[in-house]
Design a protein around this ligand. Sequence first.
Ligand SMILES: [Fe+2]
Length: 269
Amino acid sequence: MKLAWITDIHLNFVDFDTKQKFYESLFVNAIDAIAISGDIDEALTLSNTLIEMTRHILKPIYFVLGNHDYYRGSVTGLRNEIKALCKKTSQLHWLPESQEIELTKSTALIGEDCWADGRYGDYASSQVVLNDSHMIKELYQGNKLGKYQLLEVMQKFADFDANRLKGNLELAVSKQEIEKVIVLIHVPPFKESCMYEGKISGDDYLPFFSSKATGDVLLEVAKKNPKIEFLVLCGHTHSKSYYNPLSNLVVKAGISEYRYPKIQEIIEV
Ligand SMILES: [Fe+2]
């Protein structure tokens, strides 16, 4: 089967004609399913956009949410809304709730939003303030109290997601015939996956670009299962990267540009 990987398409910035061309590109490439590693739209319009996508794409849509998807909304509120939408729309699969998707007998797909956790780089000295801390309810409430309260909220989300990812990974690798697991996440799990102009992002941005909690889970599960291949697909930084920390673990981050949605890669599984 042909799985089209897409990331950071930010359809709220995209005009009608460009969106149509993007949907047509999926049709032309005769894909069997799409996997989106987050930042599809923003909270107020995400559900409508997902419904629009189902009407044009007519294939299963597997996705996780990125930080931008929560903009102008709350994490708890949007997750409840998307869970309910997926329940009544069989084509839509928010992966954290889907546990494990059997793409083929030997290949599983799992996913989790995953949050930046401030543990790589230098959070204490960083002067960076992302829009996240003004645009997402739980984060701006944390931010009102101060820098370390914001960090606490970020880490609470990151650790919750990493923990659930671990459970779903363990479930996927427990299947007898499994040879490969594709893991869809939004935030890069290693600093080597956060590139900016050909170099690893600086210590000021890394706390907001990466999730150490996720990386630790991936390393642990991949080390315990050396015969299984793990392919991790992420977004968030909008910069392409390829990192291969273990012989059975590859992490790819996608490149993207506002207003120009495109297929990142077609993966044959
Ligand atoms: Fe993005």
